[in-house]
Structures are given as C-alpha cells and as structure tokens.
Design a protein around this ligand. Structure first.
Ligand code: NAP
Length: 348
C-alpha cells in the first residue's frame, strides 16, 4: 500500500507539515535525512539550517526568558547535553527543532532517518528511493529539504561554526557576542550588503570583504554600503584563515590580497558569509520544475503546488527571498492543507 503522504526534510517547514497532516490523519511518513559524513560536509544534516544557529529570538511564541523547566520535561537529558547551552534568553535553534519534531511524533508522524536519493514523479503512486536502498511509494509528497548557506570550506571556518562563524546575519546578528564588536561579512552581492547593513545595527564596525574590485550587488544596494559610515569595504581580498580560540570563539581573520598587497589581520568577533545559498534539490534530478538557481517553482500564487500535481513544496527549498523559520513553518502548514485537499479529491 502506498503511503498517503511522504514529507522530505526536517526543518520548520517539514515538521509543521507533519504536525498538520498527522492531525488530519494522513499518517505522514517523514524522511528527516541521514546523519552521514556526506551530509555533515555538505551542511545538510537533519534539522537543517536552524540547527546551526544559537538563540532564536524572533520565532513567535518563544519569548526571551528561561524555558528551562519546559525544555527539561520535553527533551530527554542526553539530547539536551548535545545542544548548545540554553541561555536565559529564549529557545535555541536545535531545541526549537527538537520540540517541533516531538510535536509531530506526538500526533503520529512516523520518521525515517534516511535521505531520499531519487524520485520518480512521472506517475502515481510516486516512487522514492531512499539511502536505505528501499523504494517507498506515496500518493502525495511534500518537498521541504531547505537550502544551505554557502561557506568557503576552510577548516578554520568549520571549527568556529556556531561560535562566531555564521551563514545568517538575520538569525544571529543580534546575539550578545556580536554587540559593539567589529565583524566581517564575506561577499559582494546583495545578500552580503544586506547582511552588512543589518549588522551595523549591533556592531561597532563591519568589514565587507570582497574578492574583486567591483561589487556584484545592485546599484542601490552598493550605494547603501558605500554610504554607511560603519561599513568599510575591503577590495581584492580573500580569506586565508578564521582565527580564534576555544574560550572566545572567533577573534580575528587573516586576509590575503589578490593584487600583491601584504596580508591583513583584522580583530573581529563575528565572521558572516554572504556568498549565496544552494537549495537542496539535487535529488530531484529534473522531476520538478526548478528556477535557474535550482529552487522549486511554486506554480500558483499563494499555493504550494509544484509542476507535478500531488507534489507540494514548502520552506526554503522554494523560497530564496524570505528564508525565515517562521515563513518556512507557514508554508509547511500551507503544504499540508494543500496535500490534504488534493488527496480528498484525487486520493484512493
Ligand atoms: P550572488 O548575487 O550570487 O552574490 C554572491 C557574492 O558572493 C558575489 O559577490 C561573489 O563574488 C561572492 N562569492 C561567491 N563565492 C565566493 C567565494 N567562494 N569566495 C568569495 N566570494 C564569493 O548571491 P546573493 O548576494 O545571495 O544574491 C542572490 C540573489 O538574491 C541575487 O539575485 C540578489 O539580487 C537577490 N537578493 C536581493 C536582495 C535585495 O534586493 N534586497 C537581497 C538579497 C539577495 P563575485 O562577485 O566575485 O562572483
């Protein structure tokens, strides 16, 4: 018997669609991804980008404050110990995801900790090949595999992820560790400038480090960076090493010159990447219509429909614009409702 609904992914979009569809008695089967070296290196481990952040201050319903008692009762001690310390400032990313996952389980969602490697959406039931070498069939599918921030790939950058290295200024910029400190943003596109401009609210100064002598960003964004007194543009520079120590995390960065100037060492407390995102859609291999940047195309306004009827997309995998936990959760809810209505009309 095919599953009624398979959900692929394990971020806010996936868990929200699992919560809604489980409550609607669709008995969703969630492929949350595998804890493999391949996924660790690619930045696609289960629970996604939010699991790479520390405090989450902007998710409604989780105000600043000590949630310790509630978290103690909801998450087993072993799990709590693997997570970043729970500050007194609100929930952190991994805790929020674990709570969402648990909420989905409580309503009857079933979870398989494997990747989906290939899909066949050419006929129904849809067929999905997983990393456990099994093939699963489903009448409907929600793709919620998210996107990953691009990193430079330096070992020193990897070492300080979560401790001063971040791929998301909006997620992390307001944290105490970055307040009134010099920070660096890498990149020369609109994202880098948006991040740098956002960070000037908190930082004492923001270095915008670009590998060429001309920004890729739109004119208006470039002017915004150039006219902001707190932003210093550093041209023709690439990152050689993120510097730091175990106690403080990031403390500096060493930059190389692409035009023969001397190396530059900057004291900084935060190292932000603004070099683009990559949606996790490689496994789709042409099964759904994608944008030229690889994001799943939503084919109708205010719907989570894709180019294949019965397959829905939610969260960052189809959104290169808002990219927030709450918007991902919102579209996850929409996808579950869309799937439920579609199954009511077309399901067996
Ligand atoms: P992007 O336009 O592709 O820019 C990426 C930037 O990162 C480029 O400057 C690139 O350098 C640099 N880069 C890439 N790989 C690098 C590496 N390994 N080392 C150092 N630098 C590297 O990406 P984006 O800024 O994320 O923008 C994506 C899309 O979203 C764009 O269409 C953008 O207009 C849009 N967007 C719009 C807004 C807005 O309007 N408010 C905000 C954000 C994004 P090079 O220039 O040398 O290639």
């Amino acid at each position: 018997m095919p599953e009624k609904l398979i959900i692929i992914g394990s971020g806010p979009a996936a868990w929200t669609s699992a919560i809604y569809s489980a409550r609607a008695e669709l008995k969703p089967l969630v492929f949350e991804g595998a804890y493999s070296d391949e996924n660790r290196i690619a930045g696609t481990l289960p629970l996604g980008q939010l699991a790479l952040t520390t405090e989450v201050e902007n998710y409604p319903g989780f105000p600043a404050g000590d949630l310790e008692g509630y978290l103690d009762s909801a998450l087993p001690k072993e799990k709590r110990m693997e997570m970043p310390p729970h500050g007194k400032d609100g929930v952190n990313g991994p805790e929020l995801l674990e709570l969402m996952r648990q909420q989905a389980v409580n309503f009857g969602a079933r979870i398989i900790t494997e990747d989906i490697r290939r899909v066949d959406f050419s006929k129904r039931p849809f067929r999905l090949n997983a990393s456990d070498s099994k093939t699963y069939e489903a009448e409907s599918v929600i793709v919620a595999t998210g996107a990953r921030a691009n990193y430079l790939g330096l070992p020193s950058e990897e070492k300080y992820k979560n401790r001063g290295v971040s791929g998301c200024a909006v997620c992390d910029g307001a944290l105490p560790r970055f307040r009134n400190k010099p920070l660096a943003v890498i990149g020369g596109g609109d994202s880098a400038i948006e991040e740098a401009t956002y960070l000037t609210k908190f930082a004492s100064k923001v270095y915008l480090v670009h590998r060429r002598d001309k920004l890729r960003a739109s004119k208006i964004m470039a002017e915004r960076a150039e006219s902001n007194a707190k932003i210093e543009l550093l041209w023709n520079r690439t990152v050689d090493e993120v510097q730091g120590n175990d106690r403080e995390g990031v403390t500096g960065v060493r930059l190389k010159s692409t035009v023969g100037e001397a190396d530059l060492e900057l004291p900084i407390s935060g190292f932000f990447l603004g070099i683009g995102h990559t949606p996790n859609t490689a496994f789709l291999q042409g099964a759904l219509e994608l944008t030229d940047k690889g994001y799943v195309v939503w084919t109708a306004a205010m719907r989570t429909y894709t180019s294949v009827p019965g397959v829905f997309a939610a969260g960052d995998v189809a959104d290169d614009y808002y990219r927030q936990a709450i918007t991902a959760a919102g579209t996850g809810c929409m996808a579950a409702l869309d799937a439920e209505r579609w199954l009511a009309e077309h399901g067996t």
